[in-house]
Design a binder for this molecule. Structure first.
Ligand code: TRH
Length: 382
């Protein structure tokens, strides 16, 4: 029996912590029909991702009971069979004591960050017994390969993606306040940290032979575009044009519609964890801006992902992708400039699209994270 789940989420920064927890919570509630409580310490972040969420002590959205958590206070034990500690956020000590006091203590899962590094499969599912209390605790690692926990994906995602045609794309652009882009333009969705060398790419796109439409969600990044165009604020119409470049400032769409943004573009720039995974399910050529870590640990992670992703990809496409991702992430050994890397990448968009579709199919076969997690927990709770 694993009917009741408690998920604890601390928003460290940005949207990824809340984004992953919300996706997991909804999947467990809507597809598995579990009773899910989500404890989250920053509701405004969740409200950006889902406009049905408000900043309240307690609410129910999509079958998930959401609680405002001050980070230390202990919620009353719910009789949960599974407790998820997302990204090692720590559980409140009194809650842990209450867990241990139950006649059948719940299973404690530490949900880890996503990484393609080879050690992940060896650590996935390992026990980490509590040092003092009789509590079973396990590490659960998302991942891309057999032996890991897999990646979050809604059951109907591929069917929705494949049914998203020209009409739906047109409707998406209009709903975002823009005309559908010209048919011959390359459309790019741009989601990255504000440390990305975006200015260099804007210069390249402005001078490119092919018209390039770049959709940038509102936030910090449009500031770089405003500087590029030498204007002080976002103009009415939210479009900036010069040469072959057109920048569109986009509304921040609800998470449930974020895929539509990716499906409406030819190339996706994504970042962090959740949007990175969505670009892969979207089966589009994509460029990942990895979350920066101390001592450049993120460069190792980037290399590990590229090695995995590029297996089976023809050499010209693989080297174009490697060069572009390295230049975009300012890896100091990046062999070519961003401008040259983009030029090579642009020539490989077709083979990269074929590979992206094949990769999505291959990676989906590893299994889905919430399904794998439910199976793992049921097995341990037997
Ligand atoms: O926002 P991110 O950078 O999140 C994180 C955090 O920095 C976190 O601390 C770190 O640990 C983690 O990354 C790896 O990037 P991410 O993970 O892609 O999350 C962004 C979410 O925002 C994702 O769920 C998609 C969503 N989103 C929308 O819903 N609408 C939008 O318009 C856009 C641009 C994004």
């Amino acid at each position: 029996m694993a009917e009741r789940w408690d998920i604890f989420c601390r928003v460290v920064d940005n949207f990824g912590d809340a984004g992953v927890c919300w996706r997991l919570a909804r999947k467990l509630a809507l597809e598995h029909r579990f009773r899910v409580r989500l404890w989250i310490d920053h509701l405004p972040t969740l409200a950006r991702l889902d406009p049905a969420v408000v900043d309240a002590l307690r609410q129910s959205v999509d079958g998930v009971e959401i609680f405002r958590w001050d980070g230390d206070s202990a919620p009353a034990p719910s009789g949960a069979q599974v407790v998820i500690e997302a990204f090692g956020c720590g559980l409140p000590e009194p809650y842990v004591e209450a867990m241990a006091g139950e006649s059948r203590p719940p299973l404690w899962i530490v949900l880890e960050y996503l990484s393609a590094e080879p050690w992940v499969a060896a650590h996935h599912g390992l026990p980490s017994p509590h040092p003092r209390l009789p509590l079973e605790r396990y590490f659960f690692f998302p991942g891309f390969v057999e032996g890991t926990g897999g990646l979050l994906r809604e059951q109907d995602l591929f069917a929705r993606r494949d049914a998203f045609g020209a009409q739906q794309r047109e409707a998406f652009w209009r709903a975002a306040g823009h005309e559908p882009p010209p048919a011959d333009a390359l459309t790019v969705s741009m989601f990255a940290y504000d440390t990305a060398p975006l200015e260099a790419l804007l210069q390249v796109w402005e001078k490119a032979a092919r018209a390039t439409v770049v959709a940038i969600p509102e936030g910090k990044l449009p500031g770089t575009a405003l500087e590029h165009f030498g204007v002080a604020g976002v103009p009415a119409g939210r479009v900036l044009r010069r040469g072959a470049l057109e920048v569109r400032v986009m509304p921040f769409v609800p998470q449930a519609r974020f895929d539509e943004l990716l499906w409406s573009c030819d190339v996706a720039f994504v970042r962090g964890e959740d949007s990175f995974v969505r670009a892969q399910w979207a089966a589009r050529p994509f460029v990942w801006h990895i979350y920066p870590q101390e001592e450049r640990a993120h460069w190792r992670k980037l290399d590990a992902f590229l090695a995995l992703y590029c297996s089976g990809l023809a050499a010209p496409a693989a080297s174009a992708l490697n060069d572009l991702m390295r230049a975009w992430n300012r890896v100091d050994t990046a062999p070519v400039s961003l401008a040259r890397a983009w030029a090579a990448f642009a020539l490989q968009v077709d083979p990269l699209r074929d590979h992206a579709r094949e990769w999505a199919q291959r990676t989906a076969r590893v299994g889905e994270l919430a399904d794998n997690l439910a199976r793992f927990c049921l097995d341990k709770l037997k």
